[in-house]
Write a protein of this length. Structure first.
Length: 354
């Protein structure tokens, strides 16, 4: 990458299947001749930046995503998960169908309590996540990792060493094109992938991008945590969105403007009448429970993507729902780019005849 003009740093937030909207974001960026500098993401945002960095355009992106067999991804029924059984036992004990379980999984605002109590509460939540998800989960992490590995390998991308064509700056001293976050539940710490892998005795350049994407998308209870051993200790790594669903602090905006796209996190409550809704509620409650211990940086532009009634785990999305998500991402990106990027003639033609 030689020219920093018309280049933007990018952050994509988490959101599960709502991430279909990012296909629309990249479609709009192509029409507006936007160049991406360093990119950061978490959860589905990490998956999206990996596919983009591998060289897929938006039309290829859509075709690739459609090859993910969501039926093969699900390996257990929600009713069989330990956390659902615990919830049902609790409801039976208190004889109330609408009460949330009290085993310290549900979110409270840490800003309203002391730092010491907040840290203790977060530690308890993380311990419960590992306890309830390490033996059985809803979705197959191995299947997801293999799928990601194959689509990246098709473009010649395997390790982070293949993606060292980003800008070297204060936030990204190793010049990785993409980086993502996860949470080390053992250490109660946000971890930057691949940079922080040196702590575990791993060479970041040699770490597979697909493995990192799997870790960053490791939604509690939906997937088993990924275990990395260090000096005989198991470190349980889970979705970075548990601490922060929008890690814009990974991008240094002193080189080029930093922009980001995210989904509003309204902590929606679902009726607790079905096992899958119980899981959706619990997953919603354990996100954004803390702030990582990294210094923040300014972000120049943030655009919220408006989506319809789609939950993180709505894996049975219809083709129409996927198209609506893509359109939402496209519209959000156009709204932003119309304010900050002059539309090229080629981009105008693409938009008129799309």
């Amino acid at each position: 990458m030689e020219n920093k003009n018309d280049t933007f740093g990018l952050t994509l937030g988490g959101g599960g299947v709502k991430g279909f909207a990012y296909i629309g974001v990249f479609k709009s960026s192509e029409e507006n001749s936007v160049n991406w500098g360093n990119m950061a993401g978490v959860s589905v945002g990490a998956l999206a930046i990996a596919i983009e960095a591998a060289g897929y355009d938006s039309s290829e992106f859509r075709k690739v995503v459609d090859t993910l067999d969501l039926k093969s991804l699900q390996i257990n029924e929600a009713a069989a998960l330990p956390v659902v059984r615990e919830h049902k036992e609790f409801m039976a004990l208190i004889n109330s169908p609408d009460t949330l379980p009290v085993f310290n999984l549900y979110n409270q605002n840490p800003g309203r309590i002391s730092v010491r109590k907040a840290e203790s509460r977060i530690k308890s939540i993380l311990n419960n996540i590992i306890s309830f998800s390490k033996d059985k989960a809803l979705l197959d992490g191995d299947y997801l990792e293999k799928w990601v590995y194959d689509i990246l390998a098709n473009k010649g991308i395997r390790t982070f060493g293949d993606l060292k064509d980003g800008f070297i700056d204060k936030k990204n001293p190793n010049g990785y094109k993409i980086r993502m976050t996860c949470v080390d539940a053992t250490r109660i710490k946000s971890v930057i992938l691949p940079d922080d892998l040196v702590y575990y005795g791993i060479n970041p350049d040699e770490f597979e991008v697909a493995k990192a994407v799997r870790i960053s998308t490791c939604i509690p209870f939906a997937f088993k945590p990924v275990v990395i051993k260090r000096k005989g200790i198991n470190h349980y790594l889970i979705d970075g969105g548990v601490f922060d669903t929008f890690p814009y602090w990974l991008i240094d905006n002193s080189i080029y403007p930093a922009i980001g796209f995210r989904f509003t996190n309204d902590k929606k409550i679902y009726s607790l009448t079905t096992p899958i809704n119980i899981i959706k509620n619990i997953i919603s409650s354990v996100y954004d429970i803390g702030i990582p211990s990294y210094s923040k940086t300014d972000i120049n532009y943030i655009e919220d993507i408006k989506v319809s009634d789609v939950a993180t785990l709505d894996v049975n999305l219809s083709g129409e729902a996927k198209a609506e998500l893509i359109e939402s991402g496209y519209n959000a990106a156009n709204n932003l780019f119309n304010r900050i990027v002059p539309l090229s003639f080629a981009g105008l033609v693409k938009r008129l005849f799309r």
